[in-house]
Write a protein that binds this ligand. Structure first.
Ligand SMILES: [Zn+2]
Length: 370
């Protein structure tokens, strides 16, 4: 059977990962690998991190009564934690927890629709609660096709992770996004009232587990930890890269750049914005972006070709000059003439290959591109 849970957190300090961890600790049956999935970032009533949880249960229908009781006692009381956010312009919705239980894993198609767009409820099985049922079912539907791992520990009191432990896990093969190279700031510990002490990401389970142990030893007191299979950094939210030739480029208020009237490179996107600014009409790029209300929000950009029209160089090394409309060019020094009035010189972008926003501005789902 498949169990899913979502939307129990709020900015006041709740966190679905901890609620799920406690549920797993209480379960009267065996269960599989816990999974943490991130879904479409623009979903209307999404929770903060857009994380939903699921797990396979090795049991039968007898678990329903147990879950019923657990739901009423432990999860339902979390409903309606309205959070006032001072650091988010986004409208915050009250948490509306949802829990689902299915005999069969929901169709994979539901996951793909929920990670790439807005979906409605998935019918069937046994369901408890409200909007959280959507993310809960979508998490159950995930097939772990692309997978990364995250070790999460929850704090008892204050949040403190030693710099030494952070440096150690940062150096391990297989961990990623531990630290923002620009600011040198650690990325594993959230800020604010959330009960998470740290979340450390890795490309394999074993590394996530080892890194978690090292960090726990270097942290103030924790109340537990768990390793999750996740769809983070898999790029599942974007089907494929697209190409475009720059036809228009405008700078909007706030330093955001919009290409071809529909491709947005936000100021916060750092190097992505820098490349967008550098582009000229006629340049060809490849990009990854999420479509929202008719615009693509750029998450990665790569210059394929950029050139600039220049007057040819004379054999003597001097730049030729126009002699007037339709009359070719001439060297101002040795007076040689040429009928080739322009040629395209390739421009080298300030950053080669795929360029992405700084580590702390990337989406959970964003894949690291090289
Ligand atoms: Zn010359």
């Amino acid at each position: 059977m498949w169990l899913g849970l979502d939307d129990t957190d709020s900015l006041e300090g709740g966190c679905t990962t901890l609620v799920f961890h406690e549920l797993l600790n209480s379960l009267p049956c065996e269960y599989g690998e816990p999974r943490l999935t991130r879904l479409w970032p623009f979903a209307a009533q999404r929770t903060r991190g857009n994380a939903s949880l699921s797990v396979e249960l090795f049991t039968d229908d007898s678990i329903i009564d147990w879950l019923d009781k657990y739901w009423n006692e432990k999860i339902l009381p979390l409903k309606g934690n309205v959070s006032e956010s001072s650091h988010s312009l986004r409208k915050q919705y009250p948490s509306d927890p949802g829990m689902v239980l299915f005999r069969e894993q929901p169709s994979e198609d539901y996951y793909w629709r929920a990670v790439r767009g807005e979906v409605t409820f998935f019918e069937g099985g046994r369901q408890w609660g409200g909007n959280g049922r959507i993310g809960a079912a979508a998490s159950c539907a995930w097939r772990c096709g692309n997978v990364t791992w995250e070790g999460i520990a929850w704090r008892k009191g204050s949040r403190k992770v030693s710099e030494n432990a952070l440096t150690t896990v940062e150096m391990m093969d297989g961990t990623f996004l531990c630290r923002d190279p620009r600011t040198n700031r650690g990325l594993i510990a959230p800020r604010g009232p959330c009960p998470v002490m740290f979340g450390v990401r890795a490309t394999d389970r074993d590394t996530a587990s080892k890194a978690t142990q090292i960090l726990i030893e270097g942290s103030s007191e924790t109340i537990g930890s768990r390793i999750f299979a996740t769809n983070q950094a898999t790029g599942d939210h974007i089907e494929k890269a697209q190409k475009l030739v720059v036809k228009t480029k405008e700078m909007l208020q706030g330093g955001h750049i919009i290409l071809n009237k529909n491709c947005l490179a936000f100021n916060e996107s750092g190097d992505v914005n820098k490349i967008a600014q550098w582009l000229e009409i006629g340049d060809e790029i490849e990009f990854m972006g999420l479509e929202h209300e008719g615009n693509f929000h750029l998450e990665a950009i790569k210059v394929i070709f950029s050139s600039t029209a220049k007057r040819p160089l004379c054999e003597c090394g001097t730049r030729m000059k126009s002699m007037g409309k339709g009359q070719g060019v001439r060297c101002p020094k040795c007076k040689r003439r040429s009928d080739q009035t322009w040629y395209n010189e390739e421009r080298k972008p300030p950053l080669q290959g795929w360029v992405q926003p700084p580590a702390d501005k990337r989406r959970h789902l964003a894949k690291t591109l090289t």
